[in-house]
Design a protein around this ligand. Structure first.
Ligand code: CO
Length: 212
């Protein structure tokens, strides 16, 4: 990162602050009073998929967790902490898992190439391929197979959220909480709703339904 670029970022911030204050002189005071976002976003770390911007959400609206390939790994303390705080303290009503076409993490999982430490993270995505290998292997066109793998990965992460004790406890205590799966088109800007909307554990296989 060259020095000019770095300095420009701080300059951009100053300009953004004045723009906001010109429109509403109490803008930051109000934000400082606390947050009550209705939505938890679990997205990819990819720089082209900025959560707030693509859905026109303002600061204070979206609680965000991002990692490579928008994964919900059930032993990931970072994800679990964000999820617990969002569900039990902020009481979000919706969780959206948003993947994106052209995801480098998903692409890596389709190959046998190695990328270092990250191979161990990518392993979780390979599991999704294994669950759906019949459908995926039947798709001849490589790009179509890649796109479908991105979609199936999002759907699996939606179900993995539903399998957590955090989400099932919320449903048990009659909290309104819906989990949705989306895929963002980096090349179009358009979001595809995969129409997988889960609001109870009844769609989970028996073994995952916790008797809370
Ligand atoms: Co990605």
């Amino acid at each position: 990162m060259n020095q000019n670029y770095y300095n420009q970022l701080l300059q951009n911030n100053k300009e953004w602050v004045s723009t906001k204050l010109n429109a509403d002189s109490t803008y930051f005071e109000k934000l400082a009073n606390g947050q009550q976002p209705p939505l938890l976003w679990i997205g990819c770390a990819d720089s082209r998929v900025p959560a707030n911007e693509i859905i026109g959400a303002q600061p204070g609206e979206v609680f965000v967790h991002r990692n490579i390939a928008n994964m919900v790994v059930h032993s990931d303390m970072n994800m679990l902490s964000v999820l617990d705080y969002a569900v039990n303290v902020l009481e979000v009503k919706h969780i959206i898992v948003c993947g994106h076409y052209g995801c480098g993490g998903v692409n890596a999982a389709m190959s046998s190439n190695t990328f270092g430490l990250i191979d161990n993270w990518i392993r979780h995505i390979k599991d999704v391929y294994r669950f759906h290998h019949r459908e995926l292997d039947s798709i001849q066109d490589e790009k179509q197979r890649f796109d479908r793998f991105v979609e199936l990965n999002v759907i699996e992460q939606v179900y993995d959220l539903a399998k957590t004790s955090i989400v099932q406890n919320a449903w048990k205590s009659a909290k309104t909480l819906s989990i949705h799966g989306w895929v963002y088109g980096v090349g179009s800007g358009v979001i595809k709703d995969l129409e997988v909307n889960i609001a109870s554990n009844s769609s989970l296989e028996e073994v995952y339904r916790l008797k809370i």
